[in-house]
Ligand binder design. Structure first.
Ligand SMILES: [Zn+2]
Length: 323
């Protein structure tokens, strides 16, 4: 039996799955990341975690795929930066080689959002599509593009950053250094910021009642809950978010001519927002109708394990290609 391990390195948990070659799940496990202990400690515990899984399964491991929540030099297996981890701890870390040395198995790295897109392609909502874009909307907005059935990487492996396309010229400063990226207006924190602004402006909204006036308790889920109750301010916030997401999706549609968009992440679980996005995309189908066709809106299927599935699928792919 050939076993592939997918590891999703997140700020809170290190999640792992073990898959057989046909994709059947053998095991799913997680341990806390404890990023404050530094990269060396996290990598050592990741290695012990994989060894423990191997001992449990008592099967040889064919390869280990690891997601990196940030920028990496994939071909060299080096982390460039991971924004949600202690700064300077991970810059320039040879994650692939260190894990390989500690475990002896072949290791491949992939950005977490690209891994989620690839996981959906191989095992999830993208199975039946050769051309799709994937947006993971949470604290940030991650993206991935599958074109001609392959994960689009770009010249330096950073292609697919859909969340960092500008949708508001000269808008708010984004963590990436640019201004007005989709992430600044449609991510979880952007939704919360809009709600707080409305409340501070004195607008009547159920959002305030739901958090009993404690603005620190506002989450995107609370805003969605208020919108579901018919609250106009909350509906306005979600409509704005849907509008920006659709601007981005229509840009991508004109460039890539995809068959579908797959939406994942906590915020994409909101039915109302999904419906708003679908309706707006349909309105825009008057553009180039015969050339571009319609773009189906699908919900991601792999949810919280998408990164781990994608990492395992990726290492399967690279072992097959003999890279
Ligand atoms: Zn940006």
């Amino acid at each position: 039996m050939e076993v592939f391990i997918g590891i999703d390195l997140g700020g809170t948990y290190i999640k792992a799955i073990a898959l057989q070659k046909d994709g059947s799940l053998l095991l799913e496990k997680q341990i806390p990341t404890l990023p404050e202990r530094g990269s060396g400690d996290v990598i050592k515990r990741m290695a012990s975690f994989v060894k423990e899984i191997q001992e449990t399964l008592n099967q040889p491991i064919k390869g280990v795929g690891v997601t990196v929540p940030g920028v990496l030099r994939r071909e060299e297996g080096i982390v460039v930066m991971m924004p949600n981890f202690p700064p300077d701890q991970w810059r320039g870390v040879h994650l692939r080689d260190q894990l390989h040395q500690l475990t002896g198995w072949s290791v491949e790295l992939l950005n977490d959002a690209r891994a989620a897109a690839y996981g959906e392609k191989v095992f999830g909502a993208g199975r039946n599509f050769s051309h799709f874009i994937c947006l993971t909307i949470g604290t940030g907005i991650g993206g991935g593009i599958v074109a001609d059935g392959r994960l689009l990487m770009g010249s330096r492996g950073v292609g697919g950053e859909i969340g960092h396309q500008v949708v508001v010229p000269n808008g708010e400063l984004c963590g990436c250094g640019n201004k007005g990226c989709l992430e600044t207006v449609a991510s979880g924190p952007a939704i919360v910021t809009s709600a707080i602004r409305f409340i501070k402006q004195g607008l009547h909204t159920k959002i305030r009642e739901l958090v009993e006036s404690d603005l620190n308790l506002i989450t995107p889920e609370i805003v969605a809950q208020a919108a579901g109750m018919g609250d106009q301010a909350a509906i306005h916030i979600l409509e704005n978010v849907a509008g920006h997401i659709c601007t981005a999706l229509n840009n991508m549609k004109a460039v890539l001519n995809p068959e579908a968009v797959i939406l994942g992440g906590g915020i994409a679980n909101n039915d109302l927002l999904l419906r708003m996005i679908e309706e707006r995309l349909e309105e825009k189908e008057i553009l180039f109708p015969h050339y571009l066709g319609s773009m189906q809106v699908k919900r991601a299927e792999l949810t919280h394990m998408a990164g781990a599935y994608g990492a395992a699928a990726w290492v399967m792919h690279t072992s097959r290609e003999g890279k």
